[in-house]
Design a protein around this ligand. Structure first.
Ligand SMILES: CC(C)(COP(=O)(O)OP(=O)(O)OC[C@H]1O[C@@H](n2cnc3c(N)ncnc32)[C@H](O)[C@@H]1OP(=O)(O)O)[C@@H](O)C(=O)NCCC(=O)NCCS
Length: 173
């Protein structure tokens, strides 16, 4: 994995060494207004980051790519992630602490990650699952070229009530 630089954000490959700073970032309750929950402890998060640092699932079928987002003041603002499969698809996700919302940082970080996924990981189709009520997340996805898609059971895509699947096809680079 490479460090990526784009506009105001630098994406650093996430390691266990980021856990302490990211624990503060990810403890913001605003992140979890629609789903998920904050990390229960720093040690839990460090262990999770250690596991993600293997960069792949136990069976080797998925590549796990996680980058933390660093901004010019040297703070960490959040992360972006992609789960890449051999069939050229990737499921993406993102979380920023609310102090960093409204500045276009997630948009810049997603553009940088997507360019990297297309250029160096053979990704041709991106997927994201969002809660319909999570308007910021849907707006972000639309801004970077995603549109609603039908779930494909062959790709283990199933939705819970209130969720929408969004996708984007990438041009060959
Ligand atoms: C989803 C999430 C990342 C969106 O963050 P965001 O800051 O709204 O997204 P962006 O970085 O695209 O910023 C867009 C905002 O910045 C503004 N902006 C400023 N400069 C901009 C630029 N150069 N480019 C784009 N937007 C810019 C936009 O006008 C918009 O502001 P608005 O919301 O007041 O209209 C954030 O809400 C979040 O982390 N939520 C919690 C986690 C979550 O729900 N994750 C999704 C499930 S995986």
């Amino acid at each position: 994995m490479r460090r990526l630089v784009a506009g105001d954000v630098t994406l650093e490959p996430q390691t266990a060494a980021h856990a302490e700073a990211m624990f503060t970032v990810l403890s913001d309750p605003a992140i979890y207004a629609y789903e998920n929950a904050p990390p229960p402890s720093l040690e839990w998060l460090r262990e999770r980051f250690r596991k993600l640092e293997t960069r792949q699932s136990g069976d080797g079928r998925e590549r796990w790519l996680n980058w933390v987002i660093r901004i010019p003041t040297a703070e960490l603002a959040g992360y972006v992630q992609a789960t890449v499969r051999a069939n050229g698809t990737a499921a993406i996700a993102y979380e920023l602490a609310s102090a960093y919302w409204g500045r276009g940082l997630a948009t810049q970080a997603m553009h940088a990650m997507i360019e990297e996924l297309a250029a160096n990981y053979g990704v041709r189709t991106l997927f994201a699952v969002a809660r319909r009520a999570n308007v910021r997340s849907i707006r972000l996805l639309e801004r970077i070229g995603f549109s609603p898609a039908a779930p494909d059971p062959r790709q283990n895509q199933s939705l819970e009530p209130g969720e929408v699947l969004m996708s984007r096809r990438l041009e060959r680079s």
